[in-house]
Design a binder for this molecule. Structure first.
Ligand code: ZN
Length: 281
């Protein structure tokens, strides 16, 4: 049985911890994210970016694969299956119908009124089926799932209205983070973050966390972030492992062997992130 965000985030928030959201790009990711979370006895959020869903065989295939692997490995930690950056309300409905336990509707590119109207439709549909909903205000910099854009800070009053008028369960308020690698030290808007976290009670979500230094992650968690999204770092770890393997074993062609190091690297990054988000040494 999959859990939703409400089963895990409020508790994490009350302990000033965050739960890791890790994007999956295939079975290798699912298995190693799950194993790392089990090794830390921690809940975990498996996420698919909307743009990756078709590549991975569609919502139903992904949902069945995740459930089968949970069963195969006798996994007992809470696992959430989440749609990341759902591009349309129909895509969110599709994910919900296929058995996802959580969806993000990304209406951040719409004007506020439209974002509220569409997000509320997703919330109505999702809550009926015990599925949680995340929504976004502002623009995360860099490559936001195919749309290259600058950073556009979330506005406090818009955050309050989106939360109050839709009933969402978690809010991604863009405050200077970037999808993909950072150039130089990230500059998160902590003053704005504090104001937002004091004004709303639901957990905040940090997008584009790959490459944000630990002291800034800690501060974001203290200011109400209970879900932190990691994608780029896992893929960089996968790539580094593959390059090393190809160099080390030039005559090997068995994928299982060539991807062993990538698997280990994904496992290590996830474990490290979970510990960082719980403030463990
Ligand atoms: Zn994102």
């Amino acid at each position: 049985m999959l859990k939703n965000l409400n089963d895990i985030l409020p508790e994490a928030k009350s302990r000033k911890e965050a739960v890791g959201h890790f994007n999956i790009n295939g079975q290798l990711w699912i298995e190693n994210i799950l194993k790392a979370a089990v090794s830390e006895n921690s809940p975990v959020i498996l996420a698919t970016s909307d743009r990756m869903v078709d590549y991975l065989g569609g919502f139903k295939t992904i949902q069945k694969l995740v459930l089968s692997l949970i069963d195969y490995y006798n996994i007992e930690i809470p696992v959430v299956l989440h749609l990341d950056h759902g591009q349309t309300i129909e895509r969110c409905f599709e994910a919900i119908d296929a058995g996802y336990s959580s969806v993000m509707f990304d209406g951040s590119h719409e004007v506020l009124e439209k974002n509220i109207e569409l997000t509320r439709k997703v919330v109505d549909y999702a809550h009926n089926k015990n599925v949680s909903v995340e929504a976004e205000i502002g623009t995360v910099g860099g490559n936001e799932d195919g749309v290259i854009g600058g950073i556009n800070y979330a506005d406090l009053n818009e955050c309050i209205r989106l939360v109050d008028e839709t009933g969402i369960d978690a809010l991604a308020a863009a405050l200077g983070s970037v999808h993909g690698p950072y150039q130089g030290e990230p500059k998160l808007g902590f003053a704005e973050m504090r104001a937002i976290s004091e004004a709303i009670s639901i957990p905040l979500v940090l997008h584009g966390a790959s490459g944000i230094p630990t002291h800034q992650i800690r501060k974001a968690i203290e200011l109400g972030h209970a879900k932190i999204n990691v994608n780029t770092e896992l893929n960089l770890a996968w790539k580094a492992g593959l390059i090393d393997s190809l160099r080390n074993y030039p005559t090997v062609y068995e994928p299982k062997i060539l991807q062993e190091l990538s698997a280990k690297n994904i496992y290590s990054v996830v474990k490290e992130k979970i510990r960082e988000f719980k403030n463990l040494e």
